[in-house]
Write a protein that binds this ligand. Structure first.
Ligand SMILES: Nc1ncnc2c1ncn2[C@@H]1O[C@H](COP(=O)(O)OP(=O)(O)OP(=O)(O)O)[C@@H](O)[C@H]1O
Length: 556
C-alpha cells in the first residue's frame, strides 16, 4: 500500500486520469468481447451495425490503452524522482550520528538498489493497472451473461488468488533475506574500491577476502533471490494451471451440470481466454512489487521516512542573521559511543565538559589518539547533538530550532573532509577573484585554476586537496573556523606557514579558531590549549604557559 500511497501523493491528478482511461479501456474491452461473441453467435438483429461498433470500440480501446500507459509512466517517473529527492533531503536532514551509525554501505544500498527496485515496480504499474481494468470489465460482462456462472467463477478466482498469494508470501520472505545480504555486498564493494591497494598488494589477504567474505555473500544473495523467484515461478505456473482447469471446467463440465446455453458458454470461454494476457501481466508484476515493498520496508527501517513533505526538507527557511558574538559556552556536555560486538562491547564517553570560549581566541585542542578531540569538534560545530548538557552562544541556549542557524557560524576542514569541485554556495564574483589570489598563496597556481565557478581539477595529493579545503573555508568567511589536524599532511615549510602566518592572519581578521593539532612545536602560537585525555579535560592552559612548562621540563 505504501507504494500506491507514494505514487498517489506525488501525482494524484495524473493517476486519476490514468485510472479513468484504464476504466474506459476495460469497458471497451468487455464491449468488444461482447460484440465478437454476438457476431459469432448471431445474437442480435443489428448485425449490420456490428462492424461500426467494432471499429469505434477498437479505436476507443487503442486510445484509452495508450492514454493510461502514458499517464501512468508519467506518474511513475514523477513518484520515483520525488522519492530520490526526498531521500536526498532526508539524509541531509538526519543527524550525523544516525548516518554514521547506519554507515555508508547501507545508505548507498538504499540510494541505488532500493530506489531502483521501486522504480522498476513503477514501470510495471501501467500494465498492471490496465490489466486490472480489463479484468474488471470482463467480470462485469460475465456477470451480465450469467449470474450463477459468475459466482462459480468468483469462487474459483478466490481460490486461485488465495493460493497464489500464499506462495507469493513465502517467496517474499526469501527476497527479504536477500535484501539483508545486499547491505553486506555494498560493504564489500567499498572494500573492493577503497581497499583496492591493500588487496592488490597482499595476495593472501585478497584471496581470503574473495573466498571468505565476497563469494559467500554473493552466493547467499544469489541463493535467497533464486529460491524466492523460483517460488514465484511455481506460483505463476500454479496460476496458469488453474486458468486451464477453469476453462476446461466451464467448457466440458458446467454445460452438463447447469445446462448453460452455447452462446453464454462461448462468451465465458472467449473472455477467460482473452483474460490470459492481462492475468500474465498481473502475475509478472507481483514479484517486482514484492521486491519493491521489501525495498520500501528497508528504507523505512532506516527511519529516513518517505512520508515527509519534500518542500519542508528542501526549502530554505529564513535564518536570523549571524551577528557578532562574545562568548560560546559548553555546559555539562556529554557524548557517548557504544560500539564493539555484543560479547565485547566498548563505550567511550566524552565529558561532562564545561568550557567557555571568547570571540577571537585561537584555541588548540590537543591530546592522544582516541582522547575525543574530533568528537568535541563535532559537538562544538553543532554536528552532534550532545546527549547531555547544552551549548550557549552569548547566553542563548542552542535549542534544536537554532541548531541550523548555529552551524552557520562555522567553516571547517575536518580530517575526512569532502572537496567539492564547484565553489557551491560561495560563488560570488568577489570570491572568485579572491580564490585566484588564495590559490597563488596556497602555492597551487601551477596545478589548479578557477574555471567559471569550478576548480579545474581535484585530482591532487592529499596535502594539496587539504589546501583547497582551506581555500573554500576561507571563502566561506564564517566567524568561527575549525581545523582538524589540517597540517598533518603538509610539508614542513607549508606547515610552518599555516601555524605562523595563516592562523594569525585569520585571527587578525577577527575570527575565532579551533585547531586540533599534534604539532607541539607550534603550540606557542595558540592563545589557549585544551588537552583531552580519555574524554576528559586534562588541562586548559594559556598557550605561552604550555610552552613554558614544556620548555622547563625539557631543560631539567
Ligand atoms: N562513529 C563512532 N562510533 C563509535 N565509536 C567512535 C566513533 N567515532 C569515534 N569513536 C570512539 O570515540 C573515541 C574518541 O574518538 P575521536 O575520533 O574523538 O578521537 P580523537 O582524539 O579525535 O582521535 P585521533 O587523534 O586519533 O583523531 C575513540 O575511542 C573512538 O573509538
Amino acid at each position: 500500500m505504501q507504494l500506491f500511497y507514494l505514487l498517489l501523493r506525488s501525482a494524484w491528478r495524473t493517476v486519476a486520469g490514468a485510472g479513468l482511461a484504464g476504466l474506459l479501456n476495460g469497458a471497451s474491452t468487455a464491449g468488444l468481447i461482447a460484440l465478437i461473441n454476438a457476431a459469432l453467435n448471431n445474437l442480435t438483429n443489428l448485425q449490420s451495425l456490428l462492424p461500426w461498433g467494432f471499429t469505434i470500440l477498437g479505436i476507443l480501446l487503442l486510445f484509452t490503452h495508450f492514454a493510461s500507459q502514458v499517464l501512468l509512466v508519467q506518474a511513475a517517473q514523477q513518484a520515483v524522482s520525488e522519492m530520490r529527492l526526498v531521500l536526498g533531503s532526508r539524509i541531509l536532514a538526519s543527524p550525523l550520528r544516525q548516518l554514521e551509525a547506519l554507515g555508508n554501505a547501507q545508505l548507498l544500498a538504499t540510494l541505488t538498489d532500493d530506489v531502483e527496485a521501486v522504480a522498476r515496480s513503477f514501470s510495471v504499474l501501467p500494465n498492471l493497472f490496465n490489466a486490472i481494468a480489463i479484468v474488471l470489465g470482463c467480470l462485469l460482462y460475465m456477470a451480465w451473461l450469467s449470474v450463477p456462472l459468475f459466482f462459480i467463477l468468483i469462487v474459483l478466482i478466490g481460490f486461485g488468488t488465495g493460493s497464489y498469494l500464499f506462495l507469493a508470501g513465502k517467496a517474499g520472505r526469501f527476497l527479504t533475506a536477500a535484501r539483508v545480504q545486499q547491505d553486506r555486498l555494498f560493504q564489500h564493494f567499498r572494500a573492493l574500491t577503497e581497499g583496492n591497494k591493500e588487496l592488490k598488494l597482499n595476495r593472501e589477504r585478497r584471496q581470503a577476502f574473495i573466498t571468505e567474505e565476497f563469494q559467500p555473500t554473493v552466493a547467499e544473495a544469489r541463493k535467497q533471490n533464486q529460491i524466492g523467484l523460483t517460488v514465484f515461478a511455481i506460483a505463476a505456473s500454479w496460476g496458469q494451471l488453474l486458468l486451464f482447469v477453469t476453462i476446461g471446467f466451464f467448457l466440458f463440465t458446467l454445460p452438463n451440470l447447469l445446462g448453460v446455453s452455447g452462446p453464454v458458454m462461448s462468451g465465458y470461454v472467449l473472455t477467460i481466454i482473452y483474460l490470459m494476457l492481462p492475468m500474465q501481466h498481473v502475475i509478472e508484476a507481483i514479484p517486482i512489487l514484492s521486491r519493491a515493498s521489501v525495498a520500501l520496508a528497508k528504507v523505512e527501517s532506516l527511519q529516513l521516512t518517505l512520508n515527509e513533505d519534500i518542500s519542508r526538507t528542501t526549502s530554505e527557511t529564513e535564518l536570523p542573521p549571524l551577528g557578532a558574538w562574545q562568548t560560546l559556552e559548553l555546559i555539562n556536555i556529554r557524548h557517548t559511543y557504544q560500539s564493539g560486538s555484543p560479547d565485547n562491547p566498548f563505550t567511550f564517553t566524552l565529558g561532562p565538559l564545561n568550557l567557555k570560549f571568547q570571540a577571537g581566541e585561537l584555541i588548540f585542542i590537543v591530546g592522544g589518539n582516541g582522547s575525543g578531540k574530533s568528537t568535541l569538534a563535532k559537538i562544538i560545530t553543532g554536528l552532534y547533538d550532545p546527549e547531555g548538557g547544552e551549548i550557549r552562544l552569548d547566553g542563548q541556549v542552542i535549542t534544536p530550532d537554532l541548531q541550523e542557524w548555529y552551524r552557520q557560524h562555522f567553516a571547517t576542514v575536518f580530517s575526512d573532509f569532502f572537496l567539492f569541485d564547484r565553489l557551491l554556495g560561495i560563488e560570488t564574483k568577489n570570491n572568485l577573484t579572491q580564490a585566484e589570489d588564495y590559490i597563488k598563496l596556497l602555492r597551487l597556481a601551477h596545478k589548479v585554476a578557477i574555471q567559471g565557478d569550478r576548480l579545474s581539477t581535484t585530482n591532487l595529493s592529499q596535502g594539496e586537496r587539504k589546501r583547497l579545503g582551506l581555500l573554500t573555508a576561507y571563502l566561506e568567511n564564517r566567524p568561527i573556523y575549525l581545523f582538524d589536524e589540517w597540517a598533518a599532511d603538509q610539508d614542513p615549510i607549508f606547515r610552518d606557514f599555516f601555524y605562523t602566518q595563516m592562523l594569525p592572519t585569520l585571527q587578525q581578521r577577527g575570527k575565532t579558531i579551533f585547531a586540533i593539532s599534534h604539532d607541539d612545536r607550534y603550540f606557542k602560537v595558540a592563545d589557549r590549549i585544551i588537552k583531552l585525555d580519555y574524554g576528559q579535560i586534562e588541562s586548559d592552559t594559556l598557550g605561552r604557559e604550555y610552552q613554558a612548562s614544556t620548555t622547563s621540563n625539557s631543560s631539567t
